[in-house]
Design a protein around this ligand. Sequence first.
Ligand SMILES: CC(=O)N[C@H]1[C@@H](OP(=O)(O)OP(=O)(O)OC[C@H]2O[C@@H](n3ccc(=O)[nH]c3=O)[C@H](O)[C@@H]2O)O[C@H](CO)[C@@H](O)[C@@H]1O[C@H](C)C(=O)N[C@@H](C)C(=O)N[C@H](CCC(=O)O)C(=O)O
Ligand SMILES: Nc1ncnc2c1ncn2[C@@H]1O[C@H](COP(=O)(O)OP(=O)(O)OP(=O)(O)O)[C@@H](O)[C@H]1O
Ligand SMILES: N[C@H](CCC[C@H](N)C(=O)O)C(=O)O
Ligand SMILES: [Mg+2]
Length: 488
Amino acid sequence: MRILQDILYKVNILEVRGDTGREVLSLTLDSRKAEVGGCFIAVKGTLSDGHKFIPMALDKGAVVVVCEVMPEEQRPGVTYVQVRDSAAAAGQMAHQFYGEPSAHLTLVGVTGTNGKTTVATLLYKLFTGLGYTCGLLSTVQNEIAGRVVAATHTTPDPIELNALLADMVAAGCTHAFMEVSSHAIHQQRVAGLVFAGGIFTNITHDHLDYHKTFDEYIRVKKSFFDNLPATAFALSNADDKRGTVMLQNTPARKAYYSLRTLAEVKGKILENELTGLVMVVDDIEVHFRLIGEFNAYNLLAVYGAAVALGEDKTTVLQVLSTLTGAEGRFDYIVSPVDRIMGIVDYAHTPDALLNVLSTLQKLRKGGEKIITVVGAGGDRDKTKRPVMAEVACEHSDRVILTADNPRSEDPMDILRDMESGLGSAAKRKYLVVPDRTEAIKTAITLAGKGDIILVAGKGHEKYQEIKGVKHPFDDKAILKELFALLEK
Ligand SMILES: CC(=O)N[C@H]1[C@@H](OP(=O)(O)OP(=O)(O)OC[C@H]2O[C@@H](n3ccc(=O)[nH]c3=O)[C@H](O)[C@@H]2O)O[C@H](CO)[C@@H](O)[C@@H]1O[C@H](C)C(=O)N[C@@H](C)C(=O)N[C@H](CCC(=O)O)C(=O)O
Ligand SMILES: Nc1ncnc2c1ncn2[C@@H]1O[C@H](COP(=O)(O)OP(=O)(O)OP(=O)(O)O)[C@@H](O)[C@H]1O
Ligand SMILES: N[C@H](CCC[C@H](N)C(=O)O)C(=O)O
Ligand SMILES: [Mg+2]
């Protein structure tokens, strides 16, 4: 039995009209999903205001309404709870409704512009390898003790989030690792969660369509650490310009990882090749299967978190050295003919693209060409488009600009935005091929023996979203198919 007044424990309530001793059968933020005997929480969103949908939720049988503004008319038999902040209330109520699942798990959150999926997935694989039963919430997918549950968001809404954590507890999980996106922090999707640790990877240009300014983006990310409990650890990247600021006001136990300065978790790269990384971590030399300097940071973050949770250093490094990364992150295949290397990577920001391309430049042995296929998403941050095109042209031999989820926009408009970042020097380097399959085909046509083709931006995604429809699409499968045709 879930009684309303118990679920409301911790919520900052302004006024109650009706019975709080009643049972609540479900919680929802979406009137379209309201159920008989359930509670509808009205949240002011970015597109519309949940308060408008209170009548619809009641028509569907909801018996409790949580809102910031009390409706002028109240229906008999319905309990109305006016709160200061309904987004925060949703998190706190979901936490109670689902039996405080995060308090029964060792929950670690990973935030930062890039590397969240990689770090959270590696933590999941590492702790599973150490013998624990674990859960994962990530962009690619959610996992509950090995069972895959499709992900719709990087960080789900607080109700789905707590329901998933409760499923993890029920499945016997002791640990859970999750990505915490900046949208999620801002919309308080993580309100009420009990974290055992928080990790900061890095912060660069992204999501300015949503956060408006870089300072605001930093402030939002920082608030995640400000709100960690004193019992948690807070682990940050000392080599990132904002690494220290992130932990400035956290009550948690602070620690830093670094490749360049003195830090609690110190790493040094000895070799960085296409076969992997050789690093010295805490005086131990280890070979890792992941590639590139940015993955050296991800590995240090994972190692540092495991040590902060009390795991044995040597065992952690042993297991880490056997692991591969997350799907669609520097995922590669080699063509049977001509040994062309096709790399699928989720780099969809200027910084991620720069990282992947500079990694490839460092890794190439001789005169291999780097051919980059890249686009930018529709209905998302427009300011990154010209910068991504510029980064691609500056660091590749040839570039094919193409579509990447144009969503409601005209793909040509997005491509024109990308082209606006290109000067005359780049003109000879790039082509515009709006159809993504054709673009990959073009890249293969331009490639010679041993060349490298980077297909960036979609990673694990299995679709191309055009005008509200997700058409099946898979960069890696297309590369594989086209590579196979080379034989004939
Ligand atoms: C911009 C954004 O983040 N939007 C999220 C937000 O929606 P919103 O604020 O726009 O909602 P709204 O449409 O204005 O509606 C306001 C409220 O009314 C409710 N409503 C609406 C219509 C209706 O008929 N009935 C009803 O009750 C809605 O459920 C909502 O509670 O809250 C919704 C519920 O939690 C999210 O599903 C939705 O994610 C959208 C789909 C989205 O695409 N989000 C992306 C940008 C996102 O969050 N991405 C990050 C990853 C980014 C990264 O790091 O790469 C993520 O964590 O996935
Ligand atoms: N530590 C890092 N620093 C910079 N770039 C990175 C780092 N780790 C991964 N990348 C690059 O960024 C891309 C995205 O990585 P990943 O999916 O791990 O990040 P994310 O933070 O989860 O991204 P998203 O917010 O889109 O889910 C990778 O494909 C890779 O090119
Ligand atoms: N989580 C990211 C994914 C972007 C991936 C890219 N393929 C696109 O569609 O823009 C976002 O919502 O900004
Ligand atoms: Mg992610």
